[in-house]
Structures are given as structure tokens and as C-alpha cells.
Design a protein around this ligand. Sequence first.
Ligand code: 6PG
Length: 249
Amino acid sequence: MSRVTEPNVRVSTTAAALARAAAEEFLECARTALSKRGRFVAALSGGNTPRATCAELAGPDLRERIDWARVKLFQVDERLVPPTDAGSNYRMLHDALASRVPLPVDGFERMWSEGDPASVAARAERRMRAWFGTKAGEVPRFDLILLGMGADGHTASLFPNSPALQEKQRLVVPVEAEPPYRQRLTLTLPVLNNAASVIFLVSGKDKADTVREVLRPEGGAAPVPAAYVQPSDGPALWLLDAAAASALR
Ligand code: 6PG
């Protein structure tokens, strides 16, 4: 019986405890950034696991623990559906967090999803560069990027064997994925790997084998997209529930 030995892996007993632990980590990253730089810039993923964390952050006992006036949120990825669509990551993040905390008027940057993929990807990149003040060739540095992971090892909207995994210049690219959301936008690995902190939030037994594959790779298997996330400032923090960690112990 092996136990979880990785220092950058923390296991919560349940999905609810995981959401709370992730919210606390978010606040810790925010506190550090606010004290060092006077602002906190984060990029949030879509999906169900981040939704629970957002609800914790917007909840009565945590929402006051951060000066939202100095926070700027971006999206990690988006499906090319209207922002009112049930599958919209923007809609999830807006409903679960951005509409429930006192962010500044421009505190949550929506990845436009209306238009041809190349144009809206270029628009998202242009607006991100403008906000960070980065020039071509420079990579913006987020204080925190919150990622989920699919059972196939995808993260953000970087899917296995996607050409987007090889992108070295662009910050945001359009991708083709499997249905139901075939057309998507995603931040690229240069952005993910330049963040001061990266946190993976993973819940559920269906991901346990992939978690082990990423954290304890055995020779031979081709790395899944989540394994390409190797932040230059140090390893990502993996926040798991017991089910997602069950193949590690
Ligand atoms: C998306 C998400 C995606 C998500 C994973 C995990 O647009 O689909 O950004 O990368 O993080 O699929 O999703 P769950 O947390 O819902 O399992």
C-alpha cells in the first residue's frame, strides 16, 4: 500500500472538502500577490470541479477575505457557444463567482465565443496582451492558473495529440475537440507554464489512473496533456479528492 508522498499533492476526503481546500489555496495565492504586487491576476478553467470552488469563494465566509477590487480574472478556455449557453465556461464562472463578488467593472475578461475561431482567438490574445502590457514574444505571467483535468488527461482545452500542445508563440489558439463542444479556445502551454502558481483540481475515481500516470509516470506511455504543464517556477499543486487519489495509495 503506497501512500501519497509527493509534496505538491494534497488529498481531501470528499469533493466538497476539495472545493474548500481549493478556495483556501486561491485566497492564499491572492494574499501573496496582493501584498507583493498590489493586484491578483488569475485564469480560471471551466467544468464542474472549478464550479464548486467558485461557489466556496463567493460564499458568506470567504468572499470577504479578499479585496476583489484589485482582482482581475481571465478564462483558461472557452467553448464556442453563446455566453448564455449551458455549456459556456463564461456563464459558469459568471454565475458561480464573478456575478457574486464585488469585482471591478472590467474585473472578469470574457473570452468572446461569437465569431470564427481564429478571429476570436486573436481577439482574446490581443486583449490579454493589452491588459498585461506584453509585446509580441513576451508571455504574460498570471499569479494563478486554476486547471481541471479530464479522464483522458486533457487540461484547459488541450486534448491528447492536439497540435495546440506544440504551440510556442501564441497565447490563445482555436482547437478542434470531440463533441459536444467541437470548437474551443484555449490558453497555450507557454502561458500555463509561465504562471507563478498552477493548481490542478481533480475529483472522481474516473480520473484516478490518469492522475497516477501524470504524477508517477512509468516508462513508455506517451504523456497526456496535463503532464506538459511544467511551470518554470516549480511544480503545479495537485488538489485531489480521495477518489481521484485512489490509484496513488
Ligand atoms: C472545459 C474545461 C476542462 C475541464 C476538464 C475537467 O472547458 O471542458 O476547461 O479542461 O477543466 O474537462 O472538468 P471537470 O472538472 O468538470 O471534471
